[in-house]
Design a protein around this ligand. Structure first.
Ligand SMILES: Cc1ncc(COP(=O)(O)O)c(C=O)c1O
Length: 396
């Protein structure tokens, strides 16, 4: 039988998530660049979807990974042995969070963090109802999918969870639907997959107030907005309110798989009794992922958070330089951006042209007329100039 090439083997042996995968054959990656087999370079303008906040293959993160691999990898299911790297990472994370967010449950992914947080909210409040926002994305397991908008998903994968209510993001009237029966509202402080939708002034504060009145837990999903992406370590810091539970994922692991839900020690205790093992995972908080995540966080905090402080000026530069007359809108919070074009067809054409010109970008789950821009925070001014020049040219 004829030998199949790697592209044919990819299509034959790896499950496909869409009918038209990009099929970039990656050879290596470094900083903001991914290289293919022919050594063509591509600027990763989406950081592997908000993961590589410090770029790819950072030498200090790689060395932390290697050091941990030399000590040990997996030892035991989560939460039994003291693994110093998990402890050190949880301590550093919570040192940079408000006092009540002091206990970390590490998971493998963002979806799993969503599941854990939903369970924790039900357990702590004794209530069954969960509220989320339309056009939100919190993951793809069946519990997290229950929070998604879109009949296609429900038709094809239902039944999903009962007792879920979806309200409109930024609608102050809808906040009234949060009641004393609501265990939690789970929300992205800035909606990612809706195409970077920012909260209107006062909206998140009103949400916090309503949750206080009804005894509902406020859960912020910062899987995309975390780790400097919006110009502060976490986006919620810019809105002056504190959630009861914080979800982290994506950049949390410094390029390795990791998620977390973080709450008060008092709340987290409830997962350990009546019944014990209220939430369990084999690989959650894998020591190698924690080593990478810890190194990544230390780098972000270095020199008084220099890299994070440079996010806003870089975001301003994008805004100044993106001048094509086909741009309908540019929504941004720091280096989390959605470039709205005339329609989805135009957007897909621009994404394809970017690819040909060596720039990797994407659309959004609920906004296919918007082009995703979420580069590594380390992107230089010259690189931003180069990207904007190309984006202007291919979209005009
Ligand atoms: C806001 C948000 N929450 C949760 C998730 C799910 O994370 P994961 O893909 O790691 O399960 C994502 C992934 O895109 C996300 O953007």
């Amino acid at each position: 039988m004829k030998n199949l090439n790697i592209k044919q083997l990819f299509l034959k042996h790896l499950a496909q998530t869409s009918e038209y995968p990009l099929m970039l054959e990656a050879e290596s990656a470094d900083g903001i660049y991914i290289y293919d087999q022919s050594r063509k370079s591509y600027i990763d303008l989406i950081s592997g979807i908000a993961v590589a906040n410090l770029g790819h293959n950072h030498p200090e993160i790689k060395s932390a990974i290697k050091k941990q691999v030399d000590k040990y990898t997996h030892l035991m299911v989560y939460g039994e042995y003291i693994q110093s790297i998990q402890v050190e990472f949880a301590k550093l994370l919570t040192d940079h969070l408000p006092k009540m967010l002091n206990t970390v449950y590490f998971t493998n992914s963002g979806s799993e963090a969503t599941e854990g947080a939903m369970k924790l909210a039900k357990r702590v409040t004794g209530r069954k109802e969960i509220i989320a926002c339309k056009n939100a994305y919190h993951g793809n397991t069946q519990g997290a999918m229950s929070l998604m908008t879109g009949n296609d998903y429900i038709d094809q994968y239902g039944p999903l969870l009962p007792n879920i209510k979806l309200i409109e993001f930024n609608n102050l009237e809808h906040i009234k639907q949060i009641s004393k029966s609501t265990a939690c509202i789970i929300i992205e402080p800035i909606q990612g997959e809706a195409g970077v939708v920012l909260p209107q002034e006062g909206y998140l504060e009103a949400l916090r107030k309503r949750c206080n009145q009804t005894g509902t837990l406020l859960i912020f999903d910062e899987a995309q907005t975390g780790f400097g992406r919006t110009g502060s370590l976490f986006a919620f810091e810019q809105f002056g309110i504190v959630p009861d539970i914080l979800l982290l994922a994506k950049a949390l692991g410094g390029g390795m798989p990791l998620g977390a839900f973080i709450a008060s020690n008092e709340m987290m205790q409830s997962l350990s009794n009546h019944p014990a093992l209220g939430h369990i995972t084999t690989f959650g908080g894998h020591p190698v992922s924690c080593a990478a995540g810890l190194a990544h966080l230390k780098l972000l905090l270095k020199n008084d958070k220099k890299i994070i402080q440079e996010v806003q000026p870089k975001a301003d530069l994008f805004k100044k330089l993106l001048t094509s007359n086909t741009i309908v809108d540019l929504r941004q919070k720091g280096l989390m951006m959605a470039l709205e074009l005339e329609n989805a067809e135009k957007n897909h054409q621009v994404i394809q042209r970017c690819y040909e010109e060596g720039i990797l970008t994407d659309w959004f789950l609920y906004a296919d007329d918007c082009l995703r821009i979420a580069p590594p925070l380390t992107i230089s001014e010259e690189q931003i100039e180069q990207v904007c020049k190309t984006l202007n040219a291919v979209s005009s």
